[in-house]
Design a protein around this ligand. Structure first.
Ligand code: SF4
Length: 412
């Protein structure tokens, strides 16, 4: 039977100057690409399957564009994955190019899962509206038959029980494109909270679903065997993952000796046992979305679980157990002013987490906040490329785009 060639591509986005954003080195590999790669069998319904992967952010050479062309006598499926709103235009352009060259093309990820793409459907490019575990084999089946459906996963967005694959890490050549040889793994998905600006709860739901600890351990073993030195547990709230302790104990028992990074919510301040265990298992950094030091701002954003008076405890706990504390901050909430943001920076410096990152509040399409701002006529930016958390996209009552941009630089 003829071969099926599958190209799994993470698209970049168009930068402010209109060119595709590309970097000589990336920070770490995208997590979705190896995930989908690992879900793709070597042969399917008797046909050999060849899989190629591309992370457009780090492909400074343009050779990969030659792959977006049907090989004579074979089927070629282009899966454009992990597409966020600011990457949609680039994804559509790549899809149109591949479609014109005879490829079957499907676009999946946060934007198609959470936003209305009906105006784009039925024009030769397919859309996946559900988690890959629910639709990927159907897509492969249809690709082999030579015809994709316009839409996949309309009825159900999430898998009820997470049944994820053991992850095969990227090869050495691909890893050389990144500064840090770090692999992202998802032991769990979903978050119980209701922050109004958050897309995670729209993409993965509010029930925390986890894969088996055994699957995660197998992925860790495979990563270690492939020379990976660090792991990022990409689950949003590692401290809300019910089997976290079981996984950490298994990592200690196996003497895996892999350094890892986790994201936690601020309630980690009261979970000393978990911090201590994480440290023994190899955790080198805890990333926490503190966002603001103003309790009223947090309540307005429906982030009542954050109590700024406990932030110092997180820094102290991390320090006690030799873990780097990384605070993520958002500037440009509706009640923020230039002076309140300067105050925020001062407080942050006093708390002194080891690392900090900053974003400008971005009403992400598909979130509760975006709908509210849209209804109130506040969305000012019409170009989706700009919805990446680096510029102001709405009419802030007190701050201009230039002011917020310069405050963002001041934060760093
Ligand atoms: S805690 Fe984080 S993942 Fe959960 S809803 Fe809030 S922003 Fe989203």
């Amino acid at each position: 039977m003829n071969k099926l060639r599958v190209i799994i591509l993470k698209p970049s986005k168009y930068a402010l100057n209109g060119y595709v954003d590309r970097y000589r080195w990336g920070f770490m590999p995208n997590s979705t690409v190896p995930h989908l790669r690992s879900m793709t069998p070597d042969s399917f319904r008797g046909a050999p399957v060849e899989v190629l992967t591309v992370d457009e952010y780090v492909h400074t050479d343009l050779d990969y564009l030659a792959l977006l062309r049907r090989e004579l006598g074979h089927r070629t499926l282009l899966a454009i994955v992990g597409v966020q709103s600011h990457q949609l235009h680039r994804a559509l352009d790549l899809a149109a190019y591949a479609h014109q060259n005879g490829c079957l093309t499907v676009i999946g990820g946060p934007h198609p899962m959470t936003c209305d793409t009906s105006m784009l459907q039925g024009r030769g490019v397919s859309f996946a509206l559900a988690e890959a575990e629910l639709v990927w084999l159907d897509i492969l089946e249809d690709a082999l038959a030579g015809q994709l459906q316009p839409v996949y996963g309309q009825k159900q967005r999430w898998q009820r029980e997470l049944d994820s694959p053991v992850i095969s890490p990227p090869n050495k050549k691909d890893m050389q494109r990144y500064v840090i040889p770090m692999l992202g793994l998802y032991p769990a998905r979903g978050c119980p909270f209701t922050c109004n600006y958050c897309s995670v709860i729209k993409i993965a739901g509010r029930r925390v679903r986890s894969q088996s600890v055994e699957t995660t351990i197998k992925s860790l073993r495979a990563a270690k065997a492939a020379g990976i030195k660090m792991i990022m547990f990409t689950s949003d709230n590692f401290n809300k993952y019910a089997q976290a302790e079981e996984l950490l104990n298994a990592m200690i028992d196996e003497k895996l000796d892999l350094k890892f990074f986790v994201q936690c919510d601020t309630q980690i301040a009261r979970q000393e046992k978990l911090v201590e265990l994480s440290s023994r298992a190899g955790c080198f950094e805890i990333f926490v979305g503190v966002e603001s030091f103003n309790r009223n701002t947090l309540l307005a954003a429906k982030k009542g679980q954050n109590h700024p008076e406990l932030y110092k405890d997180i820094v102290d706990l991390c320090q006690t157990y030799g873990i780097s504390s990384h605070f993520s901050n958002i500037i440009g909430f509706p009640k923020d002013t230039a002076s309140s943001i300067k105050c925020h920076i001062k407080t942050l410096c006093e708390l002194s987490p080891l690392q900090a990152s900053f974003y400008i509040l971005c009403p992400i399409p598909g979130t509760e906040q975006y709908s509210e701002f849209l209804c109130a006529g506040l969305i000012a930016e019409r170009n989706l490329d700009r919805f990446d958390g680096t510029v102001l996209t709405w009419n802030h009552p007190d701050l201009s785009r230039q002011e917020l941009t310069s405050l963002l630089f001041r934060c760093y």
